[in-house]
Design a protein around this ligand. Sequence first.
Ligand SMILES: Cc1cc2nc3c(=O)[nH]c(=O)nc-3n(C[C@H](O)[C@H](O)[C@H](O)COP(=O)(O)O)c2cc1C
Length: 378
Amino acid sequence: MRLGPLQLETNLLLAPIAGYCDLAFRSMCRRWGGVGLACTDLLSPQGLLRGTATSLDLAKTDDSDRPVGMQLYGSDPAIMAQGARWAVEHGAAVVDINMGCPVDKVTKKDGGSKLLTDLSRAMAIVADVRRELDRLPLPADEWSRRLGPGARGPSSPTPVPLTCKMRLCWATADFEAGRACSPDLASRLADAGVAAVTVHGRTTEDKFQGTVRLDGIARVVDAVNGRIPVVGNGDVREPIDAARMLRATGCDAVMIGRGALSTPWIFRDAHAFLVTGSVPPSPTEPDIIEDLRRYFESMRAQRDDRYALFQINRRVSWFAKRLGHTDPATGEPAALSVKPFKEAVRTASSPAMVHDAFDRFIAGELRGGRITHASAAE
Ligand SMILES: Cc1cc2nc3c(=O)[nH]c(=O)nc-3n(C[C@H](O)[C@H](O)[C@H](O)COP(=O)(O)O)c2cc1C
């Protein structure tokens, strides 16, 4: 996957998911392998420029998090350009503009997917951000630092590439009438020096309902006509979904969001599937728990205990979707309820309680009975 001057290691990208894809989680997905690029959650340029603690926490990155994109949202071209400068000065290998967020708080201020209703504003933002990035070329040695061992970068001073992430259009009726703005917008973005576009195959009105509209992504691919890569996004939960997305739309790369919340190794699996046609064996339960432990400890180190507990309490249900598939006594495949484990982590009020639940799970405890049709339906 080429992204302007950058050659990414794979064509699989971790999506921004506000409140979830922090540094600790991005590093977790990267440890399993297969992640070509990961992106911060949406960042407020005003917050970054003022140095508010929340924005700085969200923008945190380190050497385990290479290459990283930083995503900005907003509607003021000059402020977005200043935000882009901040991102380049703080480690971004890619700057992304959010043109897809459907949340009121963002669209009421004309940012996110509201830009899909005002393409001249969207293009003005892109022009100002692109101009600012062009003023800040990075030397080759800085590129090798920002890209890490897997990706390859330019050998002479080169500016950071700009990408945009969008939905198909605002109104579903427009999409159904063949009037989605995304093909035209993507084509104009390619002319304006944007290095790639990501398309979540839903309209703003769809929010997260229904299934991804692969034909909508395909229309963007046709419009761009090979000038820049198109990244398809939406509903990739299994490696085969990534293959289907690539085949059905002709897109160049796939971005995965919610699928990674339960399966942080989905990039490893999807990459293997795309290259070899088969999926590696699932990680063992002790491996998964060890990785969760590392993730929890990273959050404690990077933020604090309160944040780490909040995240692990609310996210254990996602992670637990891949647990309970092995009988700890025999090592044979099984379908065991992990409700007691989920409950223990969900209600843990200290780091010691979280680690105790991890220890007990590895020791074969905190499992319910075998899942029957009746209990699975509960
Ligand atoms: C809770 C939540 C928060 C999200 N936050 C962002 C965000 O900050 N920036 C963004 O571009 N997209 C955001 N998205 C959209 C995802 O990046 C992605 O486009 C969408 O979830 C579809 O992909 P998926 O089916 O692989 O999750 C968010 C989605 C969810 C569910």
